[in-house]
Design a protein around this ligand. Structure first.
Ligand code: 5RP
Length: 222
């Protein structure tokens, strides 16, 4: 199976997983990226079975609307029953690196607001130790030099993601060569740097479930 076929399989599995949660007043949180896009296309087949969605990016909101799925602002809903999103890496504790698509801040906000976080990924994303994928950090533009110097002190090699402006008007540093043995501690340390908006470690609040697309079928990790 190709990577795209594995992503398609987990997108379908995610819809099957959340089907019992869908009621006329259910709000579904929806992530960003190629796997999340496939999930949106599958979710659209059930658009009459739930109220609507909260989107983690402008791109996701557009795709949901094109399918005729109502999109709500997070401040206008009482609860997000479930949030479904991809990841760049996951370890066995479902600690994640996210933000390859530069949507990490809104993703983390929706994760913080949801009742259940379902991560969907193909098997290439499961790793023993996080950090081969460079860690995205969203920063206030004027703080770039300061944040970069602080990230070097933490052992990383930050690289400015040229030409990218996030949905929040900010910039991204991708941090290479971090030895992420304690993801929760590192997430807190980076959050503590003045000028950092969000970092792409999702470890303080990991995924609740990982649906992993493998050649042997979709595996459920909790
Ligand atoms: C976007 C993300 C994505 O979930 C992550 O980059 C995975 O993307 P894909 O499903 O395309 O592999 O965090 O900010």
């Amino acid at each position: 199976m190709t990577q795209d076929e594995l992503k398609q399989a987990v997108a379908k599995a995610a819809v099957d997983y959340i089907l019992p949660m869908l009621e006329s007043d259910t709000i579904v949180g929806v992530g960003t990226g190629s796997t999340a896009n496939l999930f949106i296309d599958e979710l659209a087949k059930h658009k009459n079975d739930f109220d609507g969605a909260v989107a983690s990016s402008e791109a996701t909101a557009e795709r949901l609307k094109k399918h005729g799925i109502p999109v709500y602002g997070l401040n206008t809903v009482n609860s997000v029953r479930v949030y479904v999103d991809g990841a760049d890496e996951s370890d066995e504790h479902l600690h994640l690196i996210k933000g390859g698509g530069a949507a990490l801040t809104r993703e983390k906000i929706v994760v913080a607001s949801c009742e259940e976080f379902v991560c969907i990924a193909d098997e290439s994303k499961l790793v023993k130790i996080l950090g081969d994928f460079p860690l995205p950090v969203e920063i206030i533009p004027m703080a770039r030099g300061h944040v970069a110097r602080e990230l070097v002190k933490l052992g990383g090699d930050p690289v400015y993601r040229e030409g990218v402006v996030t949905d929040n008007g900010n910039h991204i540093l991708d941090v290479y060569n971090l030895n992420i043995l304690d993801p929760i501690a590192l997430e807190k340390s980076i959050d503590g740097i003045v000028g950092v908006v969000t970092n792409g470690l999702f470890a303080k609040r990991p995924a609740d479930v990982l649906l992993l697309g493998t050649k042997e079928g979709v595996k459920t990790l909790k």
